[in-house]
Design a protein around this ligand. Structure first.
Ligand code: SF4
Ligand code: SF4
Length: 458
């Protein structure tokens, strides 16, 4: 039975999906069931089950859209959330099926129509509305976490076994070294070196993790851009990109964050919005889709999305100054899904690494297969995430690399924890840290701080 899309004033209905956020019928129909996506799908690779493949999941969405399956069927729920939303299927699909928007809309349907148990519902709301929607609060929490990790308390807590009892052992094991000083929007800026040609203007998107835990990598990115002729600032009032909310089916929360980011970057003036987290970059580039029905923001969201570049894309578009410092090292590259599949950026990071004197890039097997991080997937589904993390660690350990390069904070944490679990000792770093090292690092390029940074803006 095929159920047509019904439009009834404000309510859209497609079989057992009903508005406002329903999966797009035309996108769903684009799948021709060829199965070419199956080998790229991490959950299919692990389980070998059709239902855990993109084709299987699209079949389930079709069944709900045709009214043959209930929206609350446990199989539908399980498969929509077992998916990592890594978009590897999308990148190889010959029919151009846009799987990402389909699974995100399916999750939104589940969240809008089902009644989650109170604790779970409030926990999710608290996380999105209280923590991720408030950058100073996020900085304060990360500061406390750093205190815990560096004060000796961590050793005591680990010894007591309490983290295991609270079910937080996986999250705790993933804690990376945290930067001493977060990067606070508006507090620092970097002036362009004169390299000939026009000075570019780059507005750094700070991000929840990159602006706090990995704040020094954001500073490294800014230094590399400045060394290559960009003025770099970190616009005030910017917020979390909303990717976690989109992935969790909380589209209204994501839209609220998107509107605030659009306001913040419009106020910062012309220039490119440069992102150092692949997951954030993919979400920011999709603001046009997220706000397509917003009468005030739809057009502005499209303009915003076109201004966004991943840092490897931004630097890759330029004729870079040769990095002067040799880095005699073997590295391997872990491709973040949201860079390789969602943004289709695969060549630029490798080209940038090729510019570093003395560096040898040794490719690992399945470099673009998801490492199991996928936002908070590794915390919610630790079993599947560990299987994928172990597989990634094995591939890394097959190479002679002493360093793993990546371009997303979630991948960095997951790969680091997976390597530790598998006896690996390789260091995991963001590509901007490697490039910064090759340009001489913080010693050769200082930021303007505090009042000097703010007065340089005016
Ligand atoms: S999603 Fe694309 S690749 Fe996968 S079965 Fe459908 S048409 Fe084929
Ligand atoms: S997004 Fe990733 S995990 Fe989900 S179906 Fe596609 S390839 Fe599989």
């Amino acid at each position: 039975m095929v159920v047509a899309l019904e439009r009834d004033a404000d309510l859209l209905r497609l079989g057992n999906f009903s508005g406002p956020d329903i999966p797009d019928d035309d996108l769903l129909r684009a799948c021709v069931h060829c199965g070419m996506c199956l080998p790229s799908c991490p959950t299919y690779r692990i389980t070998g089950q059709e239902m855990s493949s993109p084709r299987g999941r699209l079949w389930l969405m079709r069944a709900v859209a045709d009214g043959r399956m209930d929206l609350f069927d446990p199989l539908f729920d399980e498969q929509m959330y077992q998916c990592l939303n890594c978009r590897a299927c999308e990148a190889v699909c010959p029919s151009g099926v846009q799987y990402g928007p389909l699974v995100e809309a399916s999750r939104a349907q589940l969240e809008q129509h089902r009644d989650r148990p109170g604790k779970e519902k409030w926990g999710r709301k608290l996380l999105m509305d209280w923590l991720f929607a408030d950058a100073p609060r996020m900085r304060a929490l990360v500061g406390l976490t750093r205190l815990y990790a560096t004060s000796g308390l961590r050793r005591v807590v680990r010894k007591s076994g309490i983290v295991g009892k609270l079910g937080m052992a996986d999250a705790e094991a993933m804690l990376p070294p945290i930067a001493r000083k977060p990067l606070v929007p508006g507090d620092e800026r970097w002036e362009a070196d004169s390299v000939g040609g026009e000075t570019r203007q780059a507005h750094l998107f700070n991000g929840c993790m990159m602006g706090t835990v990995f704040a020094n990598s954001n500073r490294a990115a800014a230094r590399v851009m400045a060394r290559n002729g960009s003025d770099v600032d970190v616009p005030v009032r910017q917020q979390c990109c909303g990717a976690l909310a989109v992935h969790g089916g909380m589209l209204d929360e994501a839209r609220a964050l998107a509107r605030r980011n659009i306001d913040a970057f419009e106020a910062a003036g012309d220039g490119t919005i440069v992102v150092t987290a692949a997951g954030c970059g993919a979400a920011l580039k999709e603001y046009g889709h997220l706000l397509k029905d917003d009468p005030v923001y739809a057009e502005r969201a499209e303009v915003f999305a076109h201004r966004v570049r991943d840092v490897t894309e931004y630097l890759g578009e330029q004729d870079l100054v040769d990095p002067p410092v040799p880095v005699e090292r073997k590295v391997t590259y872990q491709e973040p899904c949201h860079l390789a599949h969602a943004q289709r950026i695969t060549v630029q990071p490798r080209r940038l690494m090729a510019k570093v004197k003395g560096l040898e890039l040794v490719e690992m097997r399945e470099s673009s297969l998801c490492c199991g991080s996928a936002g908070v997937y590794n915390l919610l589904r630790p079993e599947m995430a560990s299987d994928l993390g172990d597989r990634k660690a094995r591939h890394i350990l097959e190479t002679p690399a002493t360093e793993v390069i990546t371009a997303n904070p979630g991948c960095a944490m997951q790969v680091r924890a997976s390597l530790e679990r598998n006896g690996g000792t390789s260091r995991v770093r963001h590509i901007v840290d490697l490039l910064d090292e090759a340009y001489g690092g913080a010693k050769t390029k200082k930021s303007l701080i505090g009042r000097r940074a703010r007065s340089a803006r005016s």
